[in-house]
Design a protein. Structure first.
Lengths: 113, 113
């Protein structure tokens, strides 16, 4: 059983389209994150939710909208995709909002053409 | 904003040689974590350091947290091909209303057999 699972693993789409990435964790964690890893491997935090409440919202274009229907799920919807959105998006979860160990999903590689 | 830099960006060693990566934060950290990301994989937690001057060992890996809690290092003794990957430090930032991990820029380790 995968602890943190993301779908889809690969996504190729055209500029201007809207797409979603889903994340589910079965670890019973309260806090979930979205990180973006660019081509230079920089890992940048985007959002964090704690028990369905948004607690971190970094400087991210408002084309990106996270949604947490329950504490085990954190989805990421992206509107009007741009070339610069191409990256690997990682979902992660942790037991505590006080920066405990992060458990990462396998990543979703988004390519915008 | 807070920045966490790592040096070197890239290191190529012969199998059996030692390797060290250094992590420096622009601000004092509450804790430091280290992650390893294999090529094509996702970051996997290695260890967390909390106390000033703390040193922890995991087999051939030695982790240090600086006295001022602004820097850290990871040393690998006698590298093996299985050590290949990108090593990230991640600093815990408990400042303000939100708690988050800021990832370092990463060091890519290549090991030649």
């Amino acid at each position: 059983d995968t602890a943190v699972s993301q779908t889809p693993k690969y996504l190729v789409t055209q500029m201007g389209n809207d797409k979603s990435i889903k994340c589910e964790q079965n670890l019973g964690h309260d806090t979930m994150y979205w990180y973006k890893q660019d081509s230079k491997k920089f890992l940048k935090i985007m959002f964090s939710y704690n028990n369905k409440e948004l607690i971190i919202n970094e400087t991210v274009p408002n084309r990106f909208s996270p949604k947490s229907p329950d504490k085990a799920h954190l989805n990421l919807h992206i509107n009007s995709l741009e070339l610069g959105d191409s990256a690997v998006y990682f979902c992660a979860s942790t037991t505590s909002r006080n920066t405990g160990e992060l458990f990462f999903g396998e990543g979703s590689r988004l390519t915008v053409l | 904003g807070q920045q966490v830099m790592q040096i070197p960006q890239y290191q190529h060693v012969q199998e059996g040689e030692d390797f060290t990566t250094y992590c420096n934060s622009s601000t004092t950290l509450s804790n430091i974590q280290w992650y390893k990301q294999r090529p094509g994989g996702h970051p996997v937690f290695l260890i967390q350091l909390v106390k000033s001057g703390e040193v922890k060992k995991q087999k051939r890996l030695t982790f240090q947290f600086g006295e001022a809690k602004k820097n850290s290092s990871l040393h690998i003794t006698a590298t093996q091909t299985t050590d290949v990957g990108t090593y990230f430090c991640a600093g815990g930032d408990y400042g303000g209303a939100t708690n988050k991990l800021i990832f370092g820029t990463g060091t890519l380790l290549a090991v030649q057999p």
